[in-house]
Design a protein around this ligand. Structure first.
Ligand code: SF4
Length: 229
């Protein structure tokens, strides 16, 4: 059974181009400094939503939503994810997944069940712990990315940009590396202070100039490239 820490009934942004509900899975082993869902990090949440309640909600939305995104936290931590996805598919919804790619085997097991994956690539892989505070996280994310690319599932790879964590040279290095590995769709998304508990990051805040200045030289590397301010 899936441990659910939250449910967004309707989102137009979590799966671009789709009307989707978002199911927030509880639990994450990483401690990203910019995490804006810190309540979802513990393995058990204080206000978990029973899976049956989620299914009851979705039955009332049949024909009104295109899909359901499993987000988190890290959804692939939970052994019940695949069965939950099958439940949702049986109701006629498409399936999306947000992941950090940190458990490659679990990710590979659910990729055949999904229509779209949004994977966070947080930094050049050797520099991951600067963001995640987790040793070995870059190697884990790299293995997850390989699974996504090998699966052929429609993907969006995105990197959250905070100037204290990634400078322009880091972004350019990362973008070139991802393009060389076969990433087709890449997004820079600006840091948001909402929910972030790292006071230093919030203070140094948003980048002083638009991200487009970096993206201009990199967009041609990808079939689709965009910047979310
Ligand atoms: S991987 Fe996601 S949920 Fe986990 S700490 Fe990082 S931003 Fe938060």
């Amino acid at each position: 059974m899936l441990r659910i820490g939250g449910l967004t009934p309707l989102s137009t942004t979590d799966w671009p181009g789709m009307l989707a509900a978002v199911v927030f899975c509880q639990g994450c082993p990483w401690r990203c400094r910019y995490c804006h869902n810190p309540d979802l990090i513990p393995a058990r949440g204080e206000n978990e939503i029973p899976w049956e309640n989620v299914l009851a909600f979705l039955r009332r939305r049949q024909g009104l939503l295109d899909g359901v995104v499993f987000s988190g936290g890290e959804p692939t931590l939970q052994a019940g994810l695949a069965d939950a996805m099958r439940d949702v598919r049986a109701l006629g919804f498409k399936i999306g997944l947000h992941t950090g790619g940190m458990i490659a085997d679990n990710l590979a097991a659910v990729l055949p069940l999904i229509d779209w994956v949004g994977m966070d690539v947080k930094a050049p892989f050797a520099d991951y712990p600067r963001t995640t505070s987790a040793a070995g996280s870059g190697e884990r994310a790299f293995a997850g990315l390989q699974q996504v690319l090998a699966s052929g599932v429609d993907h969006e790879i995105r990197t959250t940009v905070h100037p204290a964590l990634l400078d322009d040279a880091d972004l350019a290095e990362l973008a070139r590396d991802l393009a060389a590995r076969g990433v087709k769709h890449y997004v820079f998304q600006a840091f948001r202070s909402q929910g972030c508990e790292d006071a230093g990051l919030c203070r140094s805040g948003v980048r002083g100039r638009p991200l487009e200045g970096v993206g201009d030289g990199l967009a041609g590397l990808f079939e689709k490239f965009s910047v979310r301010a």
